[in-house]
Design a protein around this ligand. Structure first.
Ligand code: ADP
Length: 397
């Protein structure tokens, strides 16, 4: 039994805003994420009225309690007796002003279907000391924007205050030197430990700075595996909230072996909307699942294009990857538009610019990227909760 985002959205229509509209109609519901019997809702009560003062904490607590009871009632209708619910109230900048957490029990008939999936099948897989979540970004084939998503996810998480590492696991075709602007940097090694580059708020490491990228890398599987492991293990990462790994494209021997060799908390699958790309993404998702790695969500890249006339053009058939995600039961993390500034900022190694409307060709790209990062964060939290770690207790803070 699971609750869908649409069912939660419907339930939230019963929650009224002081203006007389319901909070969904008013546009106050910024984000909904669901994972098994756990859900999170992000609400901005002053949405549409930037000048309005934040409601007092007591008022927010009251609204939170109504949200909690409405969503819980909808969950009950779906047979979920004990929902884990987080309600975040945010201001216009997306800063959390109050967090409300509802308790959830585990076990019994409602136990999470993902509980058995938390350990990768490969018992030799290594964790990285001091790193909380290791997340792989994969794609069924090359050129769909996997590295672009990995880079912007890492930079977006760093912008939200997380300690983030980014590992270029695409050892045959490393993109990080260009996309993160590492050309003029030299790799530093201290007492045998690789020192990650610290750029755009992210610690990153790439094979592209250790080998001559003009020459083709003709490593066979085991050599690629060894090089990848050395990149992970010999880098002095320090304490990290997230280590994002940009995997090689496809589902062949190399991405499979690499995904298997490290203890992943989850994976993100990147896909463009076309049918052929979806078929490959289904295989990528199957690869992660066969390794016991939870797919935290799908990102639809090159979803649509905004012309100079301001119109949105669905060049590749917008929504295709979203439909595929729904069909496979994976969360949808968001749609990234085709955007010339994104391509230029990637080529010039300035991903931070993608988050600034004046350097991102308008607000559409920063909004899409921030939405993707928010959804990703929510899914990581929910996934942890559904596995029984970091379970919430009833508290208002
Ligand atoms: P992959 O890692 O899947 O091979 P990349 O992330 O390297 O793909 O992207 C391939 C090329 O497409 C890069 O030049 C990148 O800048 C560009 N690109 C990716 N996504 C977009 C987008 N949404 N809008 C414009 N250009 C994009």
């Amino acid at each position: 039994m699971t609750l869908t985002k649409d069912q939660i959205r419907e339930a939230l229509r019963a929650v009224m805003h002081p203006s007389g509209e319901d909070i969904v109609e008013r546009g106050c519901v910024m984000n909904i994420a669901v994972c098994d019997e756990h859900a999170s809702v992000r609400v901005c009560m002053t949405q549409g009225d930037p000048g309005a003062p934040q409601p007092a904490r007591e008022q927010l607590a009251k609204v939170g309690a109504v949200i909690d009871s409405c969503v819980r009632a909808a969950a009950k209708e779906q047979g979920i007796e004990d929902l884990g619910l987080i309600v975040d109230f945010v201001d216009h900048q997306g800063e959390v002003v109050m967090k409300l957490k509802g308790d959830a029990k585990t076990g019994g008939a409602g136990a999470s279907k993902r509980e058995g999936q938390q350990t990768p099948q490969n018992k030799d897989a290594t964790g990285v000391p001091g790193v909380r979540h290791i997340i792989a970004v994969g794609a069924g084939k090359g050129g769909v924007g996997k590295s672009t998503v990995a880079v912007n996810l890492a930079v977006g998480l760093a912008k939200k205050g997380h300690a983030v590492g980014l590992l270029d696991g695409d050892i045959y075709g490393p993109s990080l030197p260009t996309m993160m602007g590492l050309q003029s940097h030299d790799q530093v090694v201290i007492e045998g430990a690789l020192q990650p580059f610290f750029v755009h708020g992210v610690k990153c490491i790439t094979m592209g700075k250790l080998v001559d990228t003009d020459k083709p890398l003709i490593w066979r599987g085991p050599m690629a595996h060894g090089a990848f492991n050395q990149l992970i293990e010999r880098t002095q990462w320090g304490e990290l909230d997230y280590l994002i790994i940009d995997l090689p494209p496809g589902t062949g021997d190399v991405p499979l072996t690499l995904a298997q060799s490290v203890q992943l908390a989850g994976a993100v699958v990147v896909c463009t909307p076309q049918k052929v790309a979806q078929d490959d993404a289904v295989r990528a998702s199957g690869m992660f699942e066969s390794l016991g790695v939870e797919v935290l969500g799908v990102v639809e890249n090159m979803s649509f294009f905004i012309g100079d006339d301001g119109k949105e053009y669905d060049i590749f058939g917008r929504g295709g990857a979203q439909t595929m995600a729904q069909r496979l039961g994976h969360p949808f993390l968001g749609a990234v538009p085709i955007n010339m500034a994104l391509r230029q900022n990637s080529d010039s190694g300035d991903p931070s610019a993608n988050f600034e409307p004046e350097r991102a060709g308008g607000d559409a790209l920063p909004r899409a990227l921030r939405g993707m990062v928010d959804q990703f964060e929510a899914q990581v939290t929910l996934s942890q909760m559904s596995r029984g770690s970091g379970k919430p207790t009833l508290s208002i803070s």
